[in-house]
Write a protein that binds this ligand. Structure first.
Ligand code: TXA
Ligand code: MG
Length: 327
C-alpha cells in the first residue's frame, strides 16, 4: 500500500528523510508523475529500476531545482543549452549533455553513457521538494515499464500497490499531461529531438534559430534508448485515426468531431471538446487509463491534428497502438 502525502503540510519532511536514506518516492511534475530517488546513490537508483521493472540499459533523467544548478553541477553546458534553458526552464524540456568530470550521478542511472539528461520541472511541489534536498532526483515516469504514464496520484498508487509504504505526494492532476521534450544538445552543431513532448519542435527552432534534426516516421531509428522499447501498452487493443466504432468499443474523441458515437460506443470520452491540443495532452493518459479500465472490445481514437504538441500526442497513441516501439 502507498502512503499519500499532502504537500501542504509538514509531511514533506518525511519524504525528504526517506530520500536521504536512499528511499524512493513518487512526486508530481508538470508533465507526469515521477518516481524519484537520489541521483548520486546506486542504492536508490537500483530501487527505481526494480520498482518499475525497467531494463537497466534505459537511462534516467536527473531533476534539479534551478537551471543554474542543472547546467553546472553534473554536465558540461554550452550556448544552445543556456538559450533553451532561459526560454523553457522551468518547464517540460529535458536536455541531454555530456557529463563533466565532477558528475556524481550514479552510473546505473545513466546506463553507463557519457551523457546525462537534465531537467528543471515547473511544478510547485516538485520545486519545493528539490529545494529541500542536497542532491538532484533521478526520476522516470511513475508507472510500470511499458504501461501508460500517470498524471494523478491515485493512478500511481494503483500501479505500485506491490510496493509497501511507497510515499506518493499528491499534487493533483499534472498540468501538461505528456512527458518532457528531450533534446540532445551534446553536439551543438547537431541538435536533435529524441522524444516529442510538452514543448513543440517549432518553439525550439524559434529559440535556436536553426532547423532541428527530427525523425519523420514510425520506422524512426531510436536514439533515446527508451524510445526503442514498447510503450504505453494498454490492456485493450487501441486503434488510431478512427471515425467510427462498434457498440462494444470505447471511443476517445477529439474536438467533438464524432459526437454521434456517444450513443453508439460503450463509453465515449473527448480529449478536448473545444479542439484544444493542450487540453488534449492534459487529458490523454488519464482518459486512456479510464477507458482501459472499461469492459470493452477495443479502444478507438479519433484523428488528432499533427502539429505543435499534437505531434507528441500522436507519438504516444501510436506507441499505445503498437505502431511504434518493440521490446
Ligand atoms: O516528463 C518527463 O520527462 C518525466 C518526468 C517524471 O520528469 N520523466 C520521464 O522519464 O519521462 P522516463 O524515464 O520515463 O523517460 C526518459 C527518457 C527515456 O526514453 C530514456 O531513454 C531517455 O529519456 N534518456 C535518459 N537519459 C538519456 C541520455 N543520456 N541520452 C538519451 N536519452 C536519454
Ligand atoms: Mg516513461
Amino acid at each position: 500500500m502507498s502512503i499519500l502525502i499532502d504537500p501542504k503540510d509538514d509531511s514533506l519532511n518525511r519524504v525528504v528523510f526517506c530520500l536521504e536514506k536512499n528511499g524512493i518516492v513518487a512526486f508530481p511534475t508538470e508533465t507526469v508523475y515521477g518516481l524519484g530517488g537520489n541521483a548520486y546513490s546506486d542504492v536508490a537508483v537500483a530501487k527505481i529500476y526494480k520498482a518499475k521493472n525497467r531494463p537497466s540499459v534505459n537511462p534516467l533523467i536527473a531533476h534539479y531545482k534551478s537551471a543554474s544548478v542543472a547546467l553546472s553541477k553534473d554536465v558540461i553546458s554550452n550556448e544552445i543549452a543556456e538559450k533553451l534553458a532561459e526560454n523553457f526552464w522551468p518547464g517540460p524540456m529535458t536536455l541531454v549533455l555530456v557529463q563533466n568530470h565532477n558528475s556524481k550521478v550514479s552510473n546505473l542511472a545513466t546506463a553507463g553513457l557519457k551523457t546525462l539528461a537534465v531537467r528543471v520541472p515547473k511544478n510547485e511541489v516538485a520545486h519545493k521538494l528539490l529545494s529541500m534536498l542536497e542532491f538532484p532526483l533521478v526520476a522516470p515516469s511513475a508507472n510500470k515499464s511499458t504501461s501508460l504514464s500517470n498524471t494523478t496520484a491515485e493512478a500511481v498508487c494503483s500501479d505500485f500497490s506491490d510496493i509497501e509504504d511507497l510515499f506518493v505526494i499528491d499534487g493533483g492532476m499534472c498540468n501538461v499531461g505528456v512527458e518532457s521534450t528531450i533534446i540532445d544538445v551534446s553536439i551543438p552543431e547537431k541538435i536533435t529531438i529524441l522524444r516529442y513532448g510538452g514543448i513543440a519542435q517549432e518553439q525550439i527552432e524559434d529559440v535556436c534559430g536553426v532547423k532541428i534534426f527530427k525523425h519523420e516516421n514510425s520506422n524512426m531509428k531510436p536514439i533515446a534508448p527508451g524510445m526503442m522499447f514498447k510503450h504505453y501498452a494498454p490492456k485493450h487493443e487501441l486503434f488510431i485515426d478512427q471515425d467510427d466504432c462498434d457498440s462494444d468499443d470505447a471511443f476517445l474523441d477529439f474536438g467533438s468531431k464524432n459526437l454521434h458515437l456517444k450513443n453508439v460506443a460503450k463509453m465515449y470520452l473527448d480529449l478536448s471538446p473545444a479542439n484544444d491540443l493542450y487540453e488534449a495532452a492534459h487529458n490523454l493518459f488519464n482518459m486512456l487509463r479510464i477507458l482501459d479500465g472499461e469492459e470493452c472490445a477495443r479502444i478507438c481514437v479519433a484523428p488528432i491534428e499533427n502539429v505543435g504538441i499534437g505531434i507528441a500526442i500522436n507519438d504516444k497513441i501510436k506507441r499505445a497502438s503498437g505502431k511504434i516501439g518493440r521490446v
